[in-house]
Write a protein that binds this ligand. Sequence first.
Ligand SMILES: Cc1cc2nc3c(=O)[nH]c(=O)nc-3n(C[C@H](O)[C@H](O)[C@H](O)COP(=O)(O)OP(=O)(O)OC[C@H]3O[C@@H](n4cnc5c(N)ncnc54)[C@H](O)[C@@H]3O)c2cc1C
Length: 399
Amino acid sequence: MPVADVLIIGAGPVGLFMAALLLQDGMDVQILEQRSAPEPHSRAIGIHPPALAALAGTGVAEALVAEGVPIRRGVAVAGGKCLAQMSFAGVSDRFPFVLSLPQGRTEALLERRVNELDAGALHRGVRLTRLSDDGARVTVEAESGGGLLRYTAPLVIAADGVRSTVRALRGVAVRGKEYPDSYLMGDFADNTGFGPVAALFLAGAGIVESFPLPGQRRRWVVRLGAGDLTAGNLTAAGITAGGHGCGGQDGDALWLMRCVRERTGLDIDAGTNSMLSRFGVRTRLARRMLTGHVVMIGDAAHEVSPIGGQGMNLGWLDAAALAPIVSAAVRGHEVEGDLRTFERTRLRAAARATRQAEINMALGRPLPEGLLAARNRAIGCVAAVPAVNALIARRFTMH
Ligand SMILES: Cc1cc2nc3c(=O)[nH]c(=O)nc-3n(C[C@H](O)[C@H](O)[C@H](O)COP(=O)(O)OP(=O)(O)OC[C@H]3O[C@@H](n4cnc5c(N)ncnc54)[C@H](O)[C@@H]3O)c2cc1C
C-alpha cells in the first residue's frame, strides 16, 4: 500500500496548488484525481491580487500573468453613459490588477508545476470511494480502471469540489442557501473597444457583465429575468426554442447576442462564440473543515456564488494558510491550536465572500424604470467619493 506524508483528493485548482506548496517544502505528496484528463470547461476567469501573491510562492504567478489579461480598471455603464469607474491601482504594489485567465489554462500551469516538482505525484483516473481514520493514519480506498487501490497517510486533504465525497463520508453537515438568480455566460471575439477594461452594464432587465479574456476575446454574463430560459425550456445541452424578451432561440449564442444588444446597445458576433453555459446560484458552507486527520479545503468546504468571482481564490488562500501548518505537523510539531485558528479564519473568509457575492447579485437584479434611475444615481454618487471607491476596490479584490 503506497504511503505518503499527505494524500490530496482532487486535482482541481485548489488540490494542485496545495500539492505544489507541499512538494516544494520537500514533502511526499500523492494526489488522487478521478478524471483521466484535465477538465476542459472554463468556469473561473478572475484571479485576485492576494491569490496571485500566494501563487507567486510556487513560481506559478509569473506564468499566469504572462498568459492572462491584467484588468486594471472597471466601469459601470447605464444608458450608454459611464456612471462610475474603479481603478485597482491602489490595491496591491505587486499585482495592482485582477488577472483574467480561463480556469483550464490556470489548472494546466499548476499541473505543470506539480509535475516539475514530482512527476509521480499526480494519479489520474483514481476515484476515492472509502476512507477510514484509525486515529493515527487515514486509509483511502479508490477505484481505478476497474481495480481497487489503497493509499495511506497521516493526513488527507480533501479538495474534491462541491459534491465532495470525503465530506459525505465524514458526515460533515453543510449550511446551504438557494438564490433566485440565474445567468447565461458565453465567450466571444471582442469587438467592443473596451480592451482590458471590465464593464458592468446596469440595465433594468438585469445586469450584463463583460470581462476581457486572452486572445482578443470577451466573456459576457447576463442576469436572466423571470421570463428568460425557464428550466422547462432548457435541454441537457442548455438550449431549446422558447423565445422570450431577447428573441431568438432561448439560451443560444444568438439569444445572448440579442440580449446584450437590447441591454447594452453593443453588438457581439454570435458566430465567434466558443463557450456557452447557464448557471444558477447556491451557497454551501461546511460546518467544519477539520474532521480527525482529514482537512477539507476549496469548494469541498465552501461553495460561493460565481458572481464576484471568489470561489477558486478562496480555495487557494485556504491552501496557502494550511501549508505551513501541515509542514510543522509533518516535522513533529503540535499544531492543534493552529488548525483550529485556520478553520475559524477560513470559514469566516468564506462567509465574507458569500456576503460580498450577495451584494453583487442584488445589484444586478432587474428593476423597474423609476427605481433603476434612483439606484444608478446612488451608485454614481457613492463611487464618486474617492475613499469609498478605494474601499469598494479593496473589497472587490479580496482585501
Ligand atoms: C460559472 C462559474 C464561474 C466562476 N468564476 C469564478 C471566478 O472568476 N473566480 C473564482 O475564484 N472562482 C470562480 N468560480 C468558482 C471556481 O470555479 C471554483 O471555486 C473552483 O473550481 C474550486 O476549485 P476546487 O479545486 O476546490 O474544486 P474543483 O475545481 O471542483 O475540483 C475538484 C476536483 O476533485 C475531483 N474529484 C471529485 N471527487 C473525487 C473523488 N471521489 N476522487 C478523486 N477525485 C475527485 C474532481 O474531478 C475535480 O477535478 C466560478 C464557478 C462557476 C460555476
